[in-house]
Design a protein around this ligand. Sequence first.
Ligand code: GRF
Length: 208
Amino acid sequence: MTLRLGILISGTGSNMGAILDAIAAGTLDAEVAVVISNKAEAKGLLRARDAGVPTRVLSHKAYADRAAFDRAIVEILREHGVTWVVLAGFMRVVTRELLAAFPDRVINIHPALLPAFPGVDAQAQAIAYGAKVTGCTVHFVDDGVDTGPIIAQEAVPISEGDDRDTLAARLLGREHQLLVEVLRKIADGKVSMAPSLEGERRRVVVAR
Ligand code: GRF
């Protein structure tokens, strides 16, 4: 079924761009219904507007707390008939307000092999740690920071000469592919939650 995506960004929006490219190329059965940024200066907004996608800027600073900010986001997503929400470089922690409105329908792309290096600047964390391999993860969002059930991961080696920026650039290329691959699987109905017992970590099943 055609996915109606709401994409949340804070910056460049290259992952959002990869989604738009795949849709334009006819390789992803989705429509971007709306792009929301918490930063007015996010470059991704220009890219979205160029593609004719409705955009909204919602500064988190204008809201009393995270929950109020998320309620405003949910309202916009509903106005645009969104069925799935993608956090693509969205630098805010989301609350149950958003998660309850889109249960198991909010995904995030993270530039590390979770559960290693959650949170901000995962690329610099991996370099500083001396890791030899890192990667990227697409996961369902829960109310923790990068803790939700993992949908897909891709490993990326770290070379001796890498610094934060060379690594980030290499990771980004893989992120774009992985995120679009996951959305294709979702559109094909191939991503579901495994049955789990009370207190057990929820896991994702991805059909081939
Ligand atoms: C990506 O590395 C993403 O994984 C991280 O922030 C970066 C956003 O890049 N959460 P872009 O805005 O999609 O270009």
